[in-house]
Design a protein around this ligand. Structure first.
Ligand SMILES: Nc1ncnc2c1ncn2[C@@H]1O[C@H](COP(=O)(O)OP(=O)(O)OP(=O)(O)O)[C@@H](O)[C@H]1O
Ligand SMILES: [Mg+2]
Length: 464
């Protein structure tokens, strides 16, 4: 489990580092503050003693003063004193020679001032070096000092404790952090386990998104959404192979039966001719279906658009209406275009998409009515709507209308059911969308396509 790849290891290291660093910073702060307080306490004690000395030495003879000072200060072995009166008589002294020698090189203060001295022998001291004026007007040279090493033991114990606490904190926060991270990441492992069990045969399974932390819920939901789409596509694809086999089997069986019947007995030339004609018709339809399927496969492939250009939809629709004019006349229908628009796309593909809609409208329109192609190029999207009057499409058929091989009852004898699938594939390849509305007021198929960008690159030329 390398550091780069494992979230658990990374988080654990992070927890341990942060925990240890915080504790170390806190420990150092407490240590420094304690040390500072101890030194302040030492100086306060020295200042107390200096005041006491001034009191005790304020009156009497030299001997009396020495007596009083000796009685009072004898019990403070950790403080070094050196008290000398005006005449140079030593009243009380416990200071070592090195300290006295050092003090002699320093000027005396009239007010208590804190000194940190390092003596010739290397020892460090906190000292007061005073010339005090006494109550009787005489003066006194007072030297008081405390060895800095007095608290060394305590501080060393403190440092040891701190080191032990730091190690313990590092270990504890690694263990605890590791445990928490592992627990937190467990839902991720559960999701991975669940995902492992989803196969092509079990695409209906979903990841449990309810009991995972909110951060993972979104991931689980996205994955579930992806699974749903995959399942849908997968089912459509499996259904498609079945449909395809079925579509091809029927005409082939028809032809086979006809040919077998004709071959069973000797027949007239006329009847052979009839059978061949009927077979040719069937083959023609088969070729059409296979051609459509190929086209559909190409239109659905990624990057299906060979080239894009500004396409003048009005000219294109006019040409189509002209092409279908005879057929419309035969069915007593009139064709009309309204509005104008321009789209950015592939001319031939768009031509085919609209032709499929028109051919459907011609097939399903009630004789004597009008088919209207409405173009709307006012917004950023160009819209083409093909409207015909006729029996409305049942509600339950609407969602499947654009599926391959889907045919309504009336369409069953006509085409292969690929026209709308091709139209949708073309429009989607352009980044557009298709929609249909069908009710008593007629059926409208609408294509929404990206409008021509920038100045019109229109080439007014009818397309076939
Ligand atoms: N304008 C319309 N009015 C009523 N029903 C329609 C209309 N257009 C399409 N349909 C229904 O949608 C079905 C699918 O249409 P689609 O164009 O995909 O296939 P088709 O026309 O049957 O065959 P193909 O277009 O491949 O020759 C049709 O069979 C028909 O039932
Ligand atoms: Mg059709």
């Amino acid at each position: 489990m390398s550091l780069r790849r494992s979230i658990a290891v990374r988080l654990t290291v992070l927890f341990a580092t942060v925990g240890t660093l915080v504790l170390a910073a806190l420990g150092v702060a407490i240590y420094l503050s304690a040390r500072h307080d101890l030194v302040a306490q030492d100086f306060a004690e020295l200042e107390n003693k200096a005041a006491l000395i001034a009191d005790l030495a304020g009156s009497g003879t030299s001997d009396e003063r020495a007596q009083r000072l000796g009685d009072a200060l004898r019990h403070h072995p950790d403080i070094a004193f050196h008290i000398v009166d005006e005449q140079g008589g030593v009243l009380f002294s416990t200071a070592p020679q090195a300290l006295r020698a050092h003090a002699r090189t320093q000027p005396a203060d009239t007010e208590p001032r804190r000194h940190d001295w390092t003596l010739a022998d290397g020892s460090r001291l906190h000292a007061l070096n005073l010339r005090q004026t006494l109550a009787d007007g005489s003066s006194l040279a007072t030297l008081l000092a405390i060895d800095d090493a007095r608290h060394a033991d305590f501080l060393q114990r403190f440092r040891h404790l701190l080191a032990v606490a730091l190690v313990a904190a590092a270990v504890a926060s690694s263990l605890l952090g590791g445990y928490v991270v592992r627990q937190t990441l467990r839902p991720l492992r559960t999701l991975a386990d669940e995902a492992r069990h989803i196969t092509a045969g079990r695409l209906q399974r979903r990841l449990t998104a309810e009991h995972v932390p909110v951060e993972l819920e979104q991931l689980a939901q996205s994955l579930n959404g992806m699974l749903a789409r995959l399942q849908q596509d997968f089912e459509r694809l499996s259904g498609f192979s079945g449909d395809l086999a079925h579509e091809l089997r029927t005409p082939i069986t028809n032809m086979l039966t006809q040919v077998q019947v004709v071959l069973a007995h000797p027949r007239s030339n006329e009847s052979y001719r009839e059978t061949l004609l009927s077979c040719a018709e069937e083959l023609q339809r088969l070729a059409q279906t296979v051609g459509d399927l190929l086209y559909l496969a190409q239109a659905e492939a990624p990057g299906a658009l060979p080239s894009r250009e500004g396409v003048a939809l009005d000219a294109m629709v006019d040409a189509l209406l002209e092409f279908y004019d005879l057929l419309a006349e035969e069915r007593q229908l009139t064709l009309r275009r309204e509005g104008s628009a321009e789209a950015n796309g592939n001319r031939l593909m768009l031509h085919r998409a609209v032709a499929n809609l028109l051919s459907n409208a011609l097939q399903h329109a009630t004789p004597g009515t009008e088919i209207v192609v409405r173009l709307d190029g006012t917004g950023p999207t160009s819209r083409i709507a093909v409207h015909n009057l006729g029996p409305s499409i049942p509600m339950q058929a609407l969602p499947r209308l654009f599926d391959r091989f889907f045919r309504g009852e009336r369409g069953r004898h006509e085409g292969a059911g690929l026209g709308l699938a091709i139209t949708r594939a073309i429009v989607q390849a352009h980044g557009g969308s298709v929609s249909v509305v069908s009710d008593a007021s007629g059926t409208v198929f609408e294509l929404a396509l990206p409008g021509a960008s920038g100045p019109a690159q229109t080439r007014r030329q009818s397309s076939r």
